[in-house]
Design a protein around this ligand. Structure first.
Ligand code: ATP
Length: 448
């Protein structure tokens, strides 16, 4: 009988799975935790690395995009020129009744501001609060030594435009991709790893001739949509949301968000923006260095426009986990319910690609299982588990998304074969040990 499938209902199911199985822990938990900072455990760090690799490869294996890894700390003038010192603020309102502090736009309905916690409209006027974290460089803590933790990775790309273009000998159009930490002193962080104060961004800035900006903007929207589908996100839970003229950032010519339907509602997952020539022009003005591009063929000089795609790695990890989580309930002939939790991650993203499970703790079986683990580990991350019944071990692998379980049994020694169980269908197949590597590699390509 085919099982009833229940998707994720509530974020708490995922938070508890994440802690129990080592995907995500609260930061500094033994001290009571630190507000909205999270640590990725053994499985979470591997999963996150796989997500970053998928993005990085999709970007930098194109002939027209190159990579960069810029420093988190930058010259303070960068943030003056970019507008962050003056305008990277949220309007902050205090509720006079329950003392809740919230973002004005989070409490505004039909033009009226009221407290999202207690509903009171007895609130203060909005004050602008800058979201950048400040620190000091060097031994003296004075105004002259203030530096900021970057609130976005993009500026590292803009200030290196000239370095990258000349060293990589790139002609326009071309892009620069970067993955790195960003920091924002968010007023209302929350929803697990959705909005945090320290997070990783995956951004790509594509430099184009101004007249071509609209075309490339449309192309990148499609490319990014296809990428999210390829990672396995359900198309029905994705949509574009275009910024209206009044919502556009002061520098932007056009902006679309890709939104994902999280258990707590539709929310921004990725931003795709046409930033015009704002950033390069600002840095050109502020630094006094020319950031123009000379098109040799057309004998033309211009400041390129920028098409930007910006996605939070942690936010994408959350969307992928929410999307992949399912509970399957099968009622057997005796009317008893059998439940299994499955993380239906694409194998490319799953922390373990396979698990080696000796049917008993007898040494010959253990030895074969460990040898298989060692061999396959040259290509993939492979788990080994000998504790508990085989059924329990399958379930443990299902809920962390391991696509294959390899069972080593009492016949293995004589026939040199193992049983491979498929996570999604639970089908089992007998495979020769010497064919295992090819079998798994082929299934990855063919079945997903
Ligand atoms: P929001 O409106 O949610 O605050 P934003 O429009 O300020 O986001 P961008 O500056 O466009 O976001 O950043 C690009 C991407 O970086 C976002 O789409 C999101 O995926 C991610 N991101 C931004 N802020 C955070 C955060 N505090 N925690 C986690 N990810 C974030």
């Amino acid at each position: 009988m085919s099982p009833q499938i229940h998707p994720l209902k509530d974020l708490s199911q995922l938070v508890s799975l994440s802690k129990r199985r080592g995907f995500v822990f609260q930061s500094s938990e033994i001290y009571g935790g630190l507000g909205s900072c999270w640590d990725y455990g053994p499985l979470g760090s591997q999963f996150k690395l796989n997500v970053k690799a998928a993005w990085w490869n999709a970007m930098t294996r194109r002939p027209d995009v190159v990579g960069l890894d810029a420093a988190i700390l930058m010259h303070p003038q960068v943030w003056q020129a970019s507008g962050h010192l003056d305008t990277f603020t949220d309007p902050l309102v205090d509720c006079k009744e329950c003392k809740n502090r919230f973002r004005e736009d989070h409490g505004t309905k039909d033009g009226q501001v009221s407290c999202p916690k207690c509903g009171s409209s007895n609130v203060t006027e909005a004050r602008n609060f800058n979201l950048m974290f400040k620190t000091f460089m060097g031994p003296v803590e004075n105004d002259g030594s203030v530096v900021y933790l970057r609130p976005e990775t993009a500026q590292g790309i803009f200030v290196n435009f000239e370095n990258v273009q000349t060293s990589a000998r790139k002609k326009i159009p071309f892009g620069i991709a970067q993955i790195g930490k960003s920091f924002r002193n968010e007023i209302t962080p929350g929803n697990f790893i959705f909005r945090t104060r320290e997070f990783e961004q995956m951004e790509m800035q594509y430099f184009v001739k101004p007249e071509m900006a609209d075309d490339f903007y449309a192309q990148w929207k499609q490319t990014r949509w296809n990428f999210l589908l390829r990672l396995g996100l359900n198309e029905g839970r994705l949509r574009f949301s275009e910024h209206g003229k009044d919502e556009l950032a002061h520098y932007a010519k056009a902006a679309d968000d890709v939104e994902y339907q999280f258990p707590f509602g539709w929310q921004e997952l990725e931003g795709i923006h046409n930033r015009g020539d704002f950033d390069l022009s600002q840095h050109q003005k502020s630094s006094g260095k020319k950031l123009e591009y000379f098109d040799e063929a057309a004998k033309e000089k211009y400041v390129p426009y920028v098409i930007e795609t910006a996605i939070g790695c942690d936010r994408l990890c959350l969307a992928l986990l929410c999307d992949a989580y399912r509970e399957e309930v099968t009622v057997n002939d005796n009317g008893k319910e059998d439940r299994r939790v499955v993380l239906g991650l694409k194998p490319e993203l799953a922390p373990y690609k396979a698990a080696c499970l000796p049917l008993s703790k007898k040494e010959p079986l253990q030895n074969v299982a460990k040898k298989i683990q060692e061999d396959l580990s040259q290509d993939w991350s492979i788990d080994y588990d000998e504790a508990g019944s085989i059924g329990k071990r399958y379930r443990r692998q299902d809920e962390v998304g391991t696509p294959f379980c390899i069972t080593i049994d009492f016949d293995t020694e004589s026939d040199q074969k193992v049983t491979v169980r498929h996570r999604d269908t639970m089908e089992q197949e007998r495979v020769s040990i010497d064919q295992l590597r090819n079998y798994i590699a082929q299934k990855f390509i063919l079945n997903w």
